[in-house]
Design a binder for this molecule. Structure first.
Ligand code: DX5
Ligand code: ZN
Length: 215
């Protein structure tokens, strides 16, 4: 299981230090949530934040675009340093075009589905993506509760992978903690995003929380 801490819950006054901590703890990906106040009811970061962090870190930058018409933003974020770019199936009428654009710009292409969207909606793009993100909460905010009905979709995706001999990663995002990560791993998830569990770690360190997710 690869671990992808989400900086949405990091300490914004000490963002660089928080990123360093999770990299030192062995996190493989850094998950960067981009929100436009339109596709989701919240605002977060722009490409300038990705650009500022890029020279500091060797982690894979996993950029989750929660924006309408993501194809308008793909190139900016790849130029800024994104390694993986995720676009929501629900955010564009042209999902193939959006994914193609990511690949043409030499980044890894990820398709994302909300909890209410079935796996069947993305069947026709599964052979061209590097990663599928199954949202385990409705996107927009950190600290929400894991929706258990999404597990069935992870199971379906895992089965399709085996049947068709595909090798995309299956990522989960939202409400991930030491208990829910286990359920996701058992059903076939290969990458776990965690925001509040890692960065609002209470008496424990960020590294301890990352280790708990991994084991
Ligand atoms: C939610 C974001 C998540 C968020 C997860 O819209 O896509 O990446 O940071 O936060 P937690 O892990 O606190 O649910
Ligand atoms: Zn996210």
């Amino acid at each position: 299981m690869k671990i992808a801490p989400s900086i949405l819950s990091a300490d914004m006054l000490n963002l660089g230090a928080d990123v360093q901590k999770v990299e030192d703890a062995g996190a493989e990906y850094l998950h960067i949530d981009i929100m436009d106040g339109n596709f989701v009811p919240n605002l977060s970061f722009g490409a300038n934040v990705v650009k500022a962090l890029r020279p500091q870190s060797k982690m894979v930058f996993d950029v989750h675009l929660m924006v309408n018409n993501p194809e308008n933003w793909v190139e900016d974020f790849i130029k800024a340093g994104a390694d993986i770019v995720g676009v929501h199936y629900e955010a564009t009428p042209h999902i193939h075009r959006a994914l193609d654009l990511i690949k043409k710009n030499n980044a890894k292409a990820e398709v994302v589905i909300n909890p209410g969207t079935p796996v069947s909606a993305i069947e026709s793009v599964l052979s061209i993506v590097d990663q599928v993100l199954v949202m385990t909460v409705d996107p927009g905010f950190g600290g929400q509760k894991f929706i258990p009905e999404t597990l069935e979709k992870i199971r379906q995706l895992h089965q399709i992978k085996e049947e068709r001999n595909l090798n995309f990663d299956i990522e989960v995002d939202g409400g991930i903690n030491e208990e829910t990560v286990k359920l996701c791993r058992e059903t076939g998830a290969t990458v776990a995003v965690a925001g509040s569990y890692v960065f609002n770690s209470g008496n424990e360190t960020h590294a301890e929380r990352i280790n708990k997710l991994r084991n």
